[in-house]
Design a protein around this ligand. Structure first.
Ligand code: SF4
Ligand code: SF4
Length: 446
């Protein structure tokens, strides 16, 4: 069978000028001076330095750890809940957050390599309680859960790997008030260029990336836990823990795939092998996101991404798609599957050449459309390197044809991925990726 060419399934590409103008307008008027996240409010000083020193980046070792871990939350979440409840983006009080699992109540999932201690969560992980408290306040839920997964280690191979805490927060308004206070404190510090009023981070950490620039040695606003202190009841929930363990036992984690895995099946194949070797290392996942975010902090790309995620009510949605063993969410915006990409080219690509220039964008959008039965999808391209601000963004409406064949290709790739015993049995990634890929030797592309 010849190589699948997504370009053959693109019937029509229209540049949508009115949507572009509307988006630019929304972005111009809605963009806040600083976008604050729940994780910022946990470590105000660090949030300050992250913005002021975007060039300070995590060490390579730390980054690798961050990347290696992306598998756990997805695998765990899919095992114990369904896609529509995973990774829910929320926004309140000008603060954004992402809840790991939000079905009836917010659930925060953490991983650790230190042995679990079921005694006093408030004592040994107050920031977990703080974070959950903020999510509860944002969605108006009086209860939430914290799940801590302990990665197996040589010292403690046989203990139960999970502990679940049920936490109640009777006074949500007090939490919201504290969130506003911290938000304003951070924004003011950023405006004044002065971090001295910000409390030091609760987890004093010698390995902090900002220790060289941070003023924590000379200023002394201590860390405090006003939000954690608002938790009324924190109890170990062993019933839920048992249920989760039995759900986890029932699935084959390595058998779950996302849509990107079928766009880049060879890479997915290698990633999986690697993931099995490094087995569920996660810990600093959020830092990864924060790091990526700080790279274009205040940028349009970021604000655009926000509009797609949060949008006006009903405008932005994430539609679950399931074709065992595929489980993922398709982002829709104004009812059309929509993807946003930021090509690094310094000039715009002509409309007709787009599918050949960026086949992976079209493959992804084609799969998104085919799996949700939409013939039309939307591609937002934000050319980061094009100098003129109003020329950077292009909005294209893409009309596909013969979507059944595209869907069949998605499912064929899924089947191949499940069965493959060698990368050579899988479609190649776009050739420009190979020189940068760490698997090129094993893949025979060196
Ligand atoms: S050096 Fe300490 S106080 Fe400063 S940002 Fe890092 S962890 Fe926070
Ligand atoms: S070497 Fe190329 S084809 Fe192979 S996994 Fe890497 S990017 Fe994909």
């Amino acid at each position: 069978m010849g190589e699948f060419e997504i370009a053959a399934y693109v019937s029509h590409i229209e540049a949508n000028r009115s949507v572009k103008d509307a988006l630019m307008q929304i972005l111009r008027t809605r963009r806040p001076p600083y976008r604050i996240s729940v994780t910022d409010l946990l470590n105000l000083k660090q949030a300050y330095f992250r913005r002021k020193y975007p060039e300070v980046t995590p060490t390579l070792e730390k980054q690798q750890l961050m990347w290696a871990g992306t598998g756990f939350h997805k695998t765990f979440g899919s095992a114990v809940s369904s896609e529509e409840y995973l990774e829910q983006f929320v926004e309140a009080e000008g603060i954004v957050g992402k809840i790991d699992i939000y079905e009836k109540i917010p659930v925060e999932v953490k991983t650790t390599s230190t042995p679990l201690d079921t005694k006093d969560l408030l004592q040994y992980r107050p920031t977990y309680v703080e974070q959950l408290g903020m999510y509860c306040a944002m969605v108006n839920a009086y209860d939430g859960e914290i799940i801590i997964y302990q990665r197996p280690t040589a010292e403690s191979p046989s203990t139960s790997p999970l502990v679940v805490y049920h936490v109640s927060f009777p006074n949500l308004e007090a939490i919201r008030e504290e969130m506003r206070r911290r938000r304003d404190l951070l924004v003011q510090a950023l405006i004044d260029n002065d971090p001295s009023n910000l409390p030091v981070c609760p987890w004093f950490n010698k390995q902090c990336d900002y220790s060289q620039v941070c003023d924590c040695a000379t200023t002394s606003v201590p860390a405090s836990y006003e939000i954690a202190d608002l938790a009324r009841e924190i109890r170990v929930d062993s019933t839920t823990c048992e249920q989760l363990l039995s759900k986890m036992a029932g699935v084959q984690p390595s058998q779950l795939f996302g849509i990107n895995d079928i766009v880049f099946p060879r890479k997915a194949y290698f990633d999986r092998l690697k993931l099995q070797e490094t087995a569920l290392r996660e810990e600093v996942r959020e830092e990864k996101e924060e790091y990526l975010r700080s790279m274009d902090e205040l940028g349009f790309l970021d604000a655009l991404r926000d509009s797609l995620r949060y949008g006006a009510p009903g405008e932005a949605q994430r539609i679950p798609v399931k074709h065992a063993p595929l489980a993922d969410l398709v982002q829709t915006w104004q009812n059309l599957p929509t993807i946003l990409r930021g090509p690094k080219l310094s000039s715009l690509v002509e409309r007709e050449r787009l599918p050949r220039m960026f086949p992976h964008y079209f493959l992804r959008l084609g799969f998104d459309c085919a799996l949700t039965e939409n013939t039309k999808g939307r591609l937002l391209l934000y050319y980061v390197r094009v100098p003129r601000e109003d020329a950077k963004l292009m909005v294209y409406d893409i009309i596909f044809k013969n979507l059944n064949t595209v869907k069949a290709e998605a499912l064929r790739r899924l089947g191949l991925l499940q069965k493959a015993t060698s990368p050579l049995q899988l479609p190649k990634c776009p050739s420009w990726m190979c020189p940068y890929c760490s698997y090129r030797l094993e893949c025979g592309e060196a």
